[in-house]
Design a protein around this ligand. Structure first.
Ligand code: PPS
Length: 383
């Protein structure tokens, strides 16, 4: 077990990957220097007190150093020598990775703790929302939309990583990353915003202002497999645990952002009542130019055929996988450990066949049938 778990009982997934140089101020306290942990009593501040845990955190507050003195008792942890001096330490970055219900939907704990500003978020009429269940093709659609809006200018689209160009409304990340709401306060209109919130949790102001929404949906089996691999590398999410249990959690709607079934059906049912463009991942794979044209029409942007072709190329899986502004390589490995599983993993339709056993697939299909019956919503699990 990771020793930092005691800092956030029951809900902590900690990583221990930052190595910082620290210098002693006096015999019993040390201020860390290096990395981004430089300022005291701010998010990201780290303190090392002999006899206590070392921690850094934000959002939910600095890790409190409490409990039985244990500093130096774990392998790799050095006892603090008295007096002044220098010491190389491993800094534990601890982040609450549990889920908490918000209006009945399980959300990442830091999001639940800061729900007020998210719910009260003030959308503007020309905001464009890109909404998905996690791992349905969000980043792909973000890249497409951005390239359409910059009229195919690849250099402009490479101005910043995806999460900076198109902020994630509800995200509350470990420091030094600002929350989505904080980030959006500094974005001039027209804004493009990412969300994974189910229809009923989207801030009301989006609907009151008749904002356009692009919803991307992906077949449940591939969506689930992608989520499973993502949860292994994403240290801010709960540990995925074994595949069979993860599969069951997905079916029970217990993963972050809740039930896939309710999510895809919620937007589907509301698509005629709002300005929602409903797009399927499988259709994007089958004929990207056709689906990009649908998005262009929805955004009322006309582009010449050669620019459309350029956007198709630039948003292909292989190009995006190699594009540091689209492949999330800018996120520190303490948060996304891409050595475990790359963010741009496979990008295929039908990869589920490599992970479901026959029995699992049959049980899943039977449950799926019951959950989706009568919704009029049909997905393809292969193309
Ligand atoms: S997130 O974290 O929810 O925003 O993730 P999201 O971007 O929704 O989903 C990631 C999956 O989308 C795949 N992807 C693509 N597939 C095809 N073409 C392109 N260009 C593309 N870009 C991203 C990505 O590989 C993840 O799917 P898997 O199945 O895990 O590979």
């Amino acid at each position: 077990m990771n020793p930092a778990c005691g800092i956030f009982p029951n809900s902590c997934r900690a990583t221990s990957l930052l190595s910082l140089r620290v210098s002693f101020l006096h015999s019993d306290s040390v201020r860390a220097r290096g990395g981004s942990f430089t300022s005291q009593r701010r998010p990201g501040w780290a303190v090392i007190v002999p006899g206590h845990w070392v921690g850094a955190g934000a959002g939910s507050g600095l890790c409190r150093c409490r409990g039985t003195p244990r500093y130096g008792t774990q392998p790799g942890w050095l006892p603090a020598p008295p007096g002044t001096g220098r010491l190389q330490v491993q800094l534990l970055v601890a982040w609450p990775a549990g889920l908490k219900l918000v209006h009945g939907i399980p959300l990442m704990e830091p999001i639940a703790q800061q729900w007020g500003p998210i719910e009260d978020f003030q959308a503007w009429p020309d905001d464009l929302l890109i909404s998905t269940y996690p791992k349905a093709g969000t980043t792909w659609m973000q890249e497409i939309v951005d390239l359409i809006l910059v009229r195919g200018d690849v250099e402009k689209a490479c101005r910043a990583p995806t999460h900076i160009r198109i902020p994630f409304l509800e995200i509350c990340s470990p420091p030094p990353v600002p929350s989505g709401v904080q980030q959006l306060a500094n974005v001039p209109p027209p804004r493009v915003i990412k969300t994974h919130l189910p229809f009923q949790l989207v801030p009301k102001s989006f609907w009151e202002n008749r904002c356009k929404v692009i919803y991307v949906a992906r077949n449940a089996k591939d969506n689930l497999v992608s989520y499973y691999f993502f949860d292994q590398m994403n240290k801010t999410q709960p540990e995925p645990g074994p595949w069979e249990l993860y599969l069951q959690k997905f079916m029970d709607g217990k993963l972050a952002w809740g039930s896939w079934y309710d999510h895809v059906c919620g937007y589907w049912a509301e698509r005629a009542n709002h300005r929602i463009l409903y797009v399927f991942y499988e259709d994007m794979k089958e004929d990207p130019a056709r689906e990009i044209r649908r998005v262009m029409d929805f955004l009322e942007v006309e582009l010449p055929p050669e620019v459309l072709e350029k956007i198709v190329q630039q948003t292909s899986f292989q190009i995006m996988k190699e594009n540091p502004m689209a492949n999330y390589s800018s996120i520190p490995s303490v948060i996304f450990d891409q050595t475990i599983s790359p963010f741009m993993r496979k990008g295929e339709v039908g990869d589920w066949k490599n992970h479901f056993t026959v029995a699992q697939s049959e049980a899943f299909d039977a449950h799926y049938q019951r959950r989706m019956e009568g919704t009029g919503l049909h997905f393809r699990t292969q193309i």
